[in-house]
Every structure is written in structure tokens, then in C-alpha cells.
Design a binder for this molecule. Structure first.
Ligand SMILES: [Fe+2]
Length: 313
């Protein structure tokens, strides 16, 4: 048994989403970066991983892009146990320099993108409850590790994530000289909306052209970690799938609590990398200072993170 303050952490007590004393303690202490106390995972946690992982195998084989499948082969996840981040990193770091870094939960927007610029991926270590494998509003280790990380073994994809981080720094720099606080906040909010939307429609829910004419494959982590949506996104006639267009994506609202009705298709990860270059150019040219406001505007913590970054530029 490990004791921290008045908290007791018992081996096997569980690291279940929203029910983990270890995480509550870290959040209460303001700790964003944490360890992965592997001994705390319960048999039910490992069972949840095993079931999630097993049922995705056929769907990944059918719907995932080849880079994801190559990444899975590289990372050698254990089918029966929640992965140790140190093991994941052992296979990933030599490929692209990216490493998974455990966090206690919410990471303010600027810090999140800043981590990407340093080739660190903020990673949730809790796992969803075994009784609700299908829907989870918050990320968990299955989403972060099985959904995101296999693509991080691809150099063009990894470089794209770094470019997202650079774009956040560029946004902070661009407003650093703006004296009028209201105008500064307005521009920052607009650029962050654009960045967040672009991340959502690519890294979280992106589609890619397949090898055959008219074929699409999934690469977005929200698709790769969802047993239902990975089929829906490619098979359903209710989903609009369009070649990606920057001016559309940066102005497009999204909602997080249902399957996505609109998805965008990139040619490949080199194409995605080029698009991030375009996003940064548009930022510098002021083209992202007035994107459509959305209901998912920045939270107070997100705003503060960008404002603080701009003061340090
Ligand atoms: Fe994600």
C-alpha cells in the first residue's frame, strides 16, 4: 500500500475513469504530469483493455489506413493487459522521437499543443469502466494509446503534430504586441478555434484516401478507438465525406456527443503536413482572425494558457 498525504492507494484498487482516487489526488494537488502507477490497475481494468482491443482487430484490419496498421505492428501492445507507457515509448521513440507522457486529465490548450511541439503526447492513464465500453465522453488510455499512438510511429504524421504545436506558438506570438486586451482576446480565440477545429477534423476524426478509386480509410483517433463509429464513418450513407478544404474546416462547428455527420479526407500524411504549413501561413496573414465563432469557444483555462504564453513571447 502506498500512502500520499491522507490518501491510500492499494495495489489493484483500479484506475477506472472518474473513479480513481490516485487521479483525484493528483488533480487536487494541481499535478498535471503524473506517473503511471501500474500496480494500481485492477483485474477489471486489464479485462476492459483486453475486450476493447480484441473486438477492434477485425475492424482495424478492414477500415484503418495502412500507417496505423504498421504502427500497431511496431508497438507490440499486449492484448491482455493495459500497456505500460515506458514499453510503448521503447518502441516509439526510436521511430519518431515521440513519447507518451502520463497526465492527470485536462491539459489547457496551449500546454497541450506545446507538448506536441516537444514530441510529447499527453496521455490519459485511466481506462473506461468495463460495463460501458462503447461511449465515454472523456478520453481514456484506450483512446489515447490504441487510437492515437500507432500513427505517431509515422514520420510525416509525427512532424504534423509538431507543426500543430508550432502553430500554437505562432498564435501566441502574433498577439503578443496587441495592446488592446479585448482585441487580443478576440484574435486569440479565433485562431484557437481554427486550430482546434483543424485538429478535430484531422487528428481526431480524419479520413484518408485508400488505394482503390473512391476508397476511404480512417486515421482519426476518435474513429480508431470507437467500435461503432469506425464502421459508421465509412459505411453510412448519412455521413458526408469531402476532400479537405482549409477555409471550410477552420469555420466548421463540431459537436462531440454523437457520431460525426461530416468528415474530411486527406490524400496522405504528407498532404496533412503541408496543410499545417498553410494553416500557419494563414495565421500570419491574419486570415484566421475572424473565423466563425462557435459554441466550443475557449474555456477560461484555455484562454489563460494562450494569454500567458503570449506574455512570454
Ligand atoms: Fe483524442
Amino acid at each position: 500500500m502506498a500512502v500520499q498525504g491522507k490518501h491510500e492507494f492499494v495495489a489493484g484498487q483500479g484506475l477506472t475513469t472518474t473513479k480513481a482516487p490516485y487521479i483525484e489526488n493528483a488533480v487536487a494537488n494541481g499535478e498535471m504530469y503524473i506517473e503511471q502507477p501500474y500496480e494500481l490497475y485492477s483485474p477489471e481494468n486489464h479485462d476492459a483493455w483486453q475486450r476493447l482491443y480484441a473486438r477492434m482487430q477485425d475492424r482495424w484490419a478492414r477500415y484503418a489506413n495502412q500507417k496505423f496498421l504498421d504502427g500497431l505492428a511496431t508497438l507490440c501492445f499486449e492484448a491482455t493487459h493495459v500497456p505500460r507507457l515506458e514499453d510503448v515509448n521503447k518502441f516509439m521513440v526510436p521511430r519518431t522521437g515521440f513519447r507518451a507522457r502520463a497526465v492527470s486529465g485536462f491539459v489547457p490548450a496551449f500546454q497541450f499543443f506545446d507538448c506536441l511541439s516537444r514530441r510529447e503526447f499527453p496521455t490519459t492513464i485511466t481506462i473506461r469502466d468495463g460495463s460501458s465500453l462503447d461511449y465515454l465522453p472523456e478520453p481514456d488510455i484506450f483512446h489515447d494509446i490504441a487510437g492515437h499512438v500507432p500513427m505517431h510511429t509515422d514520420p510525416a504524421f509525427a512532424d504534423t503534430l509538431v507543426r500543430f504545436g508550432k502553430c500554437a506558438h505562432t498564435a501566441a506570438e502574433l498577439v503578443s504586441g496587441v495592446k488592446d486586451e479585448a482585441e487580443k482576446l478576440r484574435r486569440l480565440s479565433s485562431m484557437q478555434n481554427a486550430l482546434q477545429r483543424f485538429f478535430w477534423f484531422t487528428i481526431e476524426f480524419g479520413l484518408m484516401r485508400g488505394d482503390k478509386p473512391g476508397e476511404h480509410k480512417a486515421y482519426g483517433s476518435g474513429l480508431m478507438s470507437s467500435y461503432g463509429e469506425i464502421v459508421h464513418c465509412l459505411e453510412s450513407p448519412d455521413v458526408q465525406r469531402h476532400p479537405i478544404q482549409m477555409e471550410w474546416v477552420v469555420n466548421q462547428h463540431f459537436e462531440i456527443d454523437h457520431y460525426q455527420p461530416l468528415l474530411f479526407v486527406v490524400n496522405d500524411f504528407e498532404h496533412l503536413f503541408e496543410l499545417l504549413g498553410q494553416l500557419e501561413r494563414w495565421m500570419k496573414e491574419g486570415k484566421l482572425n475572424n473565423v466563425t465563432p462557435g459554441w466550443r469557444d475557449m474555456s477560461d483555462a484555455d484562454v489563460r494558457s494562450f494569454l500567458e504564453a503570449s506574455l512570454n513571447k
